[in-house]
Design a binder for this molecule. Structure first.
Ligand code: DC
Length: 218
């Protein structure tokens, strides 16, 4: 039987850092579903396709071959990972991710990967929808201020010119859109273990998740 680990939570809760570390301990393929929504946003914006132009969006996704290599997202042979965290993409991704047709197509790709590999997948709707029957489910949270602080530090390290207040505002706006949208909103699955990482180190969170997994597989 395939192992699948679902990690959901709001923007900046530390999902991707933590999922990568857990993936190494258990030899799982790490699938960052947020980066798939970001890649659709990137390619759509490059081509001037608005989020309400459903037909063009569907055609765009049908012509995007996406796969992960060493935790990077490759789209039509291009490693797009560095472009995906730019503020322009962050500010627009929630609108594209709220489109039903976009979600249907990306969920289909995500489920296909999980049927082939042991995966750890992070996102917003993994435990509630994409991998409803995941072997393990976690819901990772942290205060909006702490999450904005982490994003700010991350972007400063990449030499991106940013402002903390703008990031906090963007995070709050995204939380609102992601958790109030009609289709598969951000929500804790009933059977997910909730971890508030506001006052926890990355190692503490990783150890907590790993011990939950380990206790059930050994
Ligand atoms: O995790 P992230 O910040 O990279 O996600 C980018 C956006 O994509 C986020 O605003 C919500 C959306 N998303 C989603 O709707 N469903 C997912 N499974 C993953 C991300």
């Amino acid at each position: 039987m395939k192992i699948s680990v679902a990690i959901d939570g709001p923007a900046g809760a530390g999902k991707s850092t933590i999922a990568k570390m857990v993936s190494e301990r258990f030899n799982l393929m790490y699938i960052n579903t947020g980066s798939m929504y970001r890649a659709v946003t990137l390619k759509a914006m490059e081509k001037g396709i608005a989020f309400n132009d459903i037909e063009s969006l569907c055609e765009l996704i049908d012509n995007m071959e996406m796969h992960f290599e060493n935790n990077d997202l490759i789209v039509n042979e291009e490693n797009v990972s560095d472009k995906l965290t730019m503020p322009e993409i962050s500010n627009n991704v929630s609108n594209y991710a709220a489109v039903l047709e976009v979600r249907k197509k990306l969920v289909q790709i995500q489920r296909k990967i999980s049927q082939k590999y042991n995966v750890i997948m992070d996102g917003r709707d993994i435990g509630t929808f994409v991998l409803k029957y995941a072997s393990f489910k976690f819901f990772l949270t942290a205060s909006a201020e702490e999450r904005a602080k982490r994003r700010y530090k991350e972007l400063v390290l990449k030499n991106v010119d940013v402002n903390y207040e703008n990031i906090l505002e963007e995070i709050k706006k995204r939380d609102y859109i992601d958790s109030t949208r009609k289709i598969n909103p951000l929500k804790k699955a009933e059977d997910a273990i909730e971890i508030d990482s506001t006052n926890m180190s990355i190692e503490d969170v990783v150890n907590k998740i790993c011990s939950c997994i380990q206790s059930k597989i050994s």
